[in-house]
Design a protein around this ligand. Structure first.
Ligand code: PLP
Length: 431
């Protein structure tokens, strides 16, 4: 018998009654999604969509990926949970594999369940190792929802807590399209990176525990730092004994065309936080560090669900799938195709002010004729694209960046389809 769904209106009504109102949803007329299959989603009326957002960079290997789900289902039916105070083997095998695929000497992991927790743990580890407590974070960065990670977040919209943690100092983000320092790259000589030294000297006690940055800022609107930015930052941090924490929660696991986006900048962080795509939908996250740093975390610490047999199986299956199906290579090639296509559209449609990205983490910034952010135009275009069967994301501090972060199994034909649909919508709307 065919399953009956309650549909979007009933979901919205229950949401209003039973869910805390902080949780917003995309679209004026949202759909109820009921099924996923690799790069496609289906709604409760059977309509098919090409998913170009992957549940915010989570479903890198595709929805309900049969190879991964077979392994996860077998594990669910064998042993789900005992907690890491008992011995099971999946989490140590996953930690071994993470040590192999992460850059440099990153070696020892702590498993938890969300990106927020991974960043909170990374911050704790940096404080334990350095014996210091202050942090530097980037304007427009996003690191989580707990008191500390919200305090490390540099976007007002996501800073609900009116009493944030002190000792956190914000540096200008490397956002070349709208440089916060009003400069132009490369004549700027990476002024935003150089300012970190001024901040350390003037606003801290001299030795912050860590500098936190997303390797590509996601919520900020797919902000890709210029070449050389992280290298310069790392040189400065090393002079002050400050650790570099790379938040790879949104950028990790082949999305940028490399396993981790920081590898595009030839820099090895001291601590890395990962989440989202590691589980391809299963809740798993981790922070990973060198043996030297990790070995200072000796007081008891554990997470009940962290690295449980099921989520660790998902993580291992994801890492194998990325390798066996060459997802790094596909992300690189399809990303080039997408950005080239968007740049062609930009020539015809002045509403596209900037196109940027790495691999399949790409943004098109929507602007008015005077260059100001155009979030209402973007909303209208996204609604129309949804009605035509394309789910595309949105981010940016001005909520005006069209965000392409699709499953990395997306094909050449899929990219042409979404580019054609976007061209048609922008043409019809005379944008
Ligand atoms: C870069 C980054 N860090 C941390 C987080 C928080 O992750 P979670 O929602 O899994 O707690 C997010 C969530 O979107 C993120 O994009």
């Amino acid at each position: 018998m065919e399953k009956k769904y309650i549909g979007p209106e009933a979901i919205i009504a229950k949401k209003k009654k039973y869910i805390m109102p902080c949780l917003a949803h995309f679209y004026k007329q949202p759909r109820e999604f009921v099924k996923g299959s690799m790069q496609y989603l289906y709604d409760s009326e059977g309509k098919k969509y090409l998913d170009c957002f992957a549940g915010v960079s989570v479903i890198n290997c595709g929805h309900c990926n049969p190879e991964i789900n077979k392994k996860v289902t077998e594990q669910v039916n064998t042993l789900q949970h005992v907690c890491n105070i008992y011995l099971t083997e999946n989490f140590v095998n996953l930690a071994e594999k993470l040590a192999e695929v992460t850059p440099g000497k990153l070696q020892k992991s702590f498993f938890c369940s969300t990106g927020t927790e991974a960043n909170e743990g990374a911050a704790l580890l940096a404080q334990i190792y350095t014996g210091q407590s202050e942090f530097i974070a980037l304007r427009n960065g996003l690191h989580g929802r707990t008191k500390l990670t919200m305090s490390l977040t540099g976007i007002g919209m996501w800073r609900t807590d009116p009493n944030p943690v002190g000792g956190i100092h914000f540096a200008p983000n490397p956002y070349c399209y709208r440089c916060p320092l009003g400069k132009k790259y490369p004549e700027c000589d990476l002024a935003c990176a150089n300012m970190i030294e001024d901040i350390i000297k003037t606003s801290t006690s001299g030795h912050p525990a860590a500098y936190f940055a997303e390797s590509i800022q996601g919520n900020a609107g797919i902000v890709v730092p210029p070449k050389g930015y992280f290298k310069r930052v790392k040189e400065i941090l090393e002079q002050y004994g400050t650790l570099f924490v790379a938040d790879e929660v949104q950028t990790g696991f082949a999305r940028s065309g490399k396993m981790f986006a920081i590898e595009n900048f030839d820099v090895v962080p001291d601590i890395m936080s990962v989440a989202k795509a590691l589980g391809n939908g299963a809740p798993i996250s981790a922070f990973i560090s060198t043996a030297e740093i990790a070995d200072t975390y000796t007081k008891p610490g554990a997470s009940t669900l962290g690295g449980n047999p099921v989520s660790s199986t998902a993580g291992l299956a994801v890492l194998n799938y990325i390798e066996e199906h060459h997802l790094k290579e596909n992300a690189f090639a399809r990303g080039e195709q997408l950005r080239n296509g968007l740049r062609e559209l930009q020539k015809k449609h002045p509403v596209i002010g900037d196109v940027r990205g790495l691999g399949l983490m790409d943004g098109a910034e929507f602007i008015h004729a005077d260059g100001s952010p155009a979030p209402e135009i973007l909303d209208d275009v996204l609604e129309e694209l949804k009605d035509r069967g394309f789910i595309i994301g949105k981010n940016g501090v001005g909520r005006n960046v069209m965000a392409f972060q699709p499953p990395l199994v997306i094909t050449e034909e899929n990219i042409n389809e979404v580019l054609n649909a976007l061209d048609l919508v922008l043409t019809e709307k005379k944008l």
